[in-house]
Design a protein around this ligand. Sequence first.
Ligand code: PLP
Length: 386
Amino acid sequence: MDRLVPRMRQHAASIFGEMSVLATQMGAINLGQGFPDTDGPQILKDAAIAAIVDGRGNQYPPVHGLPLLREAVSTHQQRFYALSIDPDTDVVIGTGASEIIAAALLAFVDTDDEVIIFEPWFDVYDAGISLARGRRVAVPLLPPTFRPDVDALRAAVTPRTKVLLINSPHNPTGTVFTIEELQTIADIAIEHNLIVISDEAYEHLWYTGHPHIPISTLPGMFERTVTIGSGGKCFSFTGWKVGWASGPRELIAAVRVVRQHLSFVSGGPLQWAIAAGLDLPNSYFADFRADLESKRDILTSGLREVGLEVVPSQGTYFVMTDVRSLGFDDGMQFCREAAERARVVAIPVAALCADPQIGRTYVRWAFCKQPSVLREATAQLATAFA
Ligand SMILES: *Cc1c(COP(=O)(O)O)cnc(C)c1O
C-alpha cells in the first residue's frame, strides 16, 4: 500500500467484499451483500435491449443525462412528493447513486471541511469524505432502537461544518426517520446554513406505518438539499448503476461540474430503461414494497426463532440483530462462526462505525432474497446455534 495516498489506506478493505469472499469459500448463503436474487420488471429489460438494437442507446448520451430520463426523474418527484423539478437544470444522472454521492462530496467539501454523517453508515460516505480531503464527524444512531441522536447532532456542528449527509430509509439499521426527526435535522441545517445531501436510495422500500418523507419537502429545505436516488434499488437491477440527484439548480450545477469529470456519462441503454421504470404506475411501487415487506417478515420471524433479538426494520433491504441474545459479545466473531457452523454470511455492523461500541454486538442481514433462501438460511442457523 506504499503507493496509495495515505488518506485512502484506511479504506483499503471493504467489509462487503470480505464477507462475500468468506461466503464463497464456505459455500454459504450470502445474506451479507444487499442485492436481490430475482430480477426487476421485464419491461425495463426490453427497454434496454430495444435501445441497443435500434441504436438509440449506443453512443454517449448527453453529459448530464438522457433528457427522457431527466424528465422521468422530474415527473417522479412531482408524482410522489409534489416537488417541482426542472428537468433541464435541476437533475443530474450518474453511474449509480454512489457516483453522485462522491461527486456531491467533491463538489461541496474542501480540505478540512467537516461532514456530519450518522453511524453506522453506508461505506461510500466515509471514503468519499476522504477523497474530498474533508473530515468525517460521526453522530450516532443510538442502540438499541437506532434513532438519530439529535442532541449529539446539534453538538457536532462547528464553524467548519459544511455538509450534513443523511440516509433514510437507512442502511444498515432499517430506520426510517420520522417527520419530527427530519424537522429537527432541518432546523439544525437551516440554523447553520448547511448543505444537506439526502441519500434516498431506498425511497420506495419503506414498510407499513413508516412512510418515507424526503427532507427536501420540509419548509426551507429544498434550496439546501441534494436528493439522491438509485435505479438499481428502485427496480432490482443493482448491476445497472444508474442513479440521479435532484434539487435546486445552484447545487445541481455544482454536482454536474464534478460528476462530468468522473464517468462523463453512465450507460446509455440503461438510462432508457430506467426512464421506463420511473414511468411505471403506482401499483408497481406498491407491489414492490409489499414483496420486500413480506420478505422482511419471513427473515425477522426466522431470526427470532433462532433466538436472535431483532431490531425491527422499517425500510431498506436489511434487518439487524443483537448477537448477545445467542451468548456472543462481538458481531465479527458471530459472523465468522455463522459462516463456518451455519454456512450463512451476515455483515458485522461495527465495521460501519467510528465508535466500535455502537455496532459491536449487531449484525446486518439482507432479506432481498427468495423466501425459500431466507427459510433455508434461518433453518441452518437454528441447527448450528441450537
Ligand atoms: C446501494 C446504496 C447506494 C448505491 O446505489 P447505486 O445506485 O448502486 O450506486 C447508495 N446508498 C445506499 C444507502 C445504498 O444502500
